[in-house]
Structure formats: C-alpha cells, structure tokens
Design a protein around this ligand. Structure first.
Ligand code: TMP
Length: 217
C-alpha cells in the first residue's frame, strides 16, 4: 500500500496553516483520505505538551534543553499514536511542522548543538520521515509584520516562542535555508508572499507528481 507523508515548514506568519488546510481540501476532493496534524501537538498528550511549551505561566523558566526534549516527546507520541497507523492504512498525512522545526528553532535559533539535536530527533522519529517538505519562505520583515498583526487582532495569549527577539528569528530563517540546501530533493521552497491562491497553486505543482494513485494499490 502506498502512503504519503507531507510536512509544511516556515517561520512565523509564513501562511503555512492556511496552505495546509487548502491542500487537504484539494486532496480530499480528489478522493484521498487525508490526516491533518500539527506540531507540537496532534495527540491528547502532545496538546498538553504544546500548552506547556507555548502558553503555560510556568514556562518562563524553561531551559532550551527542556524545550528540545518536550518538542520531541510530543513528536515521539504523534509518530507512534497517529502518523504510523495512518500511513499504514494508506492515508496521506499532512503535518503543520515536523522535525525541521526543531533543527531550525532549537538548533539554529536557540544555538543547541546540531549533532545532539539530530540525535534527539532520530530517537523521536526512527524511520518515519516525510516524503516531501514544503518550506514556505517569507522575508523576515513580512514574517515580523504578520506576527505583529496576528498578535494585535487576536485576544492576547502569551506565547513563549514568539517572544524570541529579531536575531532569534533571523537565525531560525538561516536554519531553514541550510536545511533546504542540504536536502533539496525532499525540501522544496515555495514563496509565501504572493496571493493565497497563487501559493496554493505553486504547492500543488510540487505535490501532484508524488501523489499515490487512487484505487490502484
Ligand atoms: P505554530 O503551531 O503556531 O507554528 O506554533 C508552534 C511554535 O513552536 C512555533 O513558534 C515554532 C515552534 N516549534 C519549535 O520551536 N520546535 C519544534 O520542533 C516545533 C514543531 C515547533
């Protein structure tokens, strides 16, 4: 049975979550069974970890090492509870962030040792790896603007990672560039600055060639 695992990546405000939903709709309209997930989170345990990482009052004292391990605890649960079973029955799994976020944010952004970060990721995911990763690229000023406008339109909810300074997000963006350069076959960069429909179409051009054929297992 063929399966497909697609992940979306990018800095804050790159438009990933909208594009995840649009892609899922398009795939479902063609008759594919699609599982949409997000990280950190995606399982009951993972959603509790997400709250601890992002919004919990106590996370102001969290160390970067703890952050790395919690991201990967959520991931280890998601891989075994949801992703592997879904892939095993031929669903298309679309995940809003996966391990490249850890490399970019905890590795490049927080400055944790990259080899160590890689070994924690390997432990969390084993051989469950995305077939295709769509990296939505927006320039840092667009990312900062979108983040600011999101923060001012929604009721204020403190988010520990969004509290990072400009230099942190610049390092994250550099991390993503390095990831894309290292694995150009898996990681495809898509500009996220155009109209939503244009970005969606560009994503579709990359997804279409790797789709499993329906009814021809
Ligand atoms: P989001 O769901 O709004 O993208 O929020 C998730 C946040 O968590 C975002 O700021 C990126 C961050 N993150 C990491 O730092 N490391 C990770 O491994 C993952 C999955 C997310």
């Amino acid at each position: 049975m063929k399966s497909l695992f697609i992940t979306f990546e990018g800095t804050e405000g790159c438009g990933k979550s909208t594009q995840v939903e649009l892609l899922a709709e398009r795939l479902r309209a063609l008759g594919h069974r699609v599982r949409v997930l997000r990280e950190p989170g995606g399982t009951p345990i993972g959603e509790e970890i997400r709250h601890t990482l992002k919004h919990s009052k106590v996370n102001v004292t969290m160390t970067y090492e703890t952050e790395l391990l919690l991201m990967n605890a959520s991931r280890a649960q998601l891989v075994r509870e949801t992703i592997r079973p879904a892939l095993a029955v031929g669903e298309i799994v679309v995940c809003d962030r996966f391990y490249d976020s850890t490399t970019a944010y905890q590795g490049y952004g927080r400055g944790l040792d990259l080899a160590l970060v890689r070994s924690v990721i390997d432990f969390a995911v084993g051989d469950t790896r995305p077939n295709l990763t769509l990296l939505l690229h927006v320039p840092p000023e667009v990312s900062a603007e979108r983040l600011q406008s999101r923060q001012s339109t929604l009721p204020f909810v403190r988010d520990r990672i969004e509290e990072g300074d400009r230099y942190f997000f610049e390092r994250v963006a550099q991390g993503y560039e390095a990831i894309a350069a290292a694995e150009p076959n898996r990681v495809r960069v898509v500009s996220g600055t155009g109209a939503i429909e244009v970005v969606c179409e560009n994503i579709w051009e990359l997804v279409r060639p790797v789709l499993p054929r329906i009814g021809r297992w």
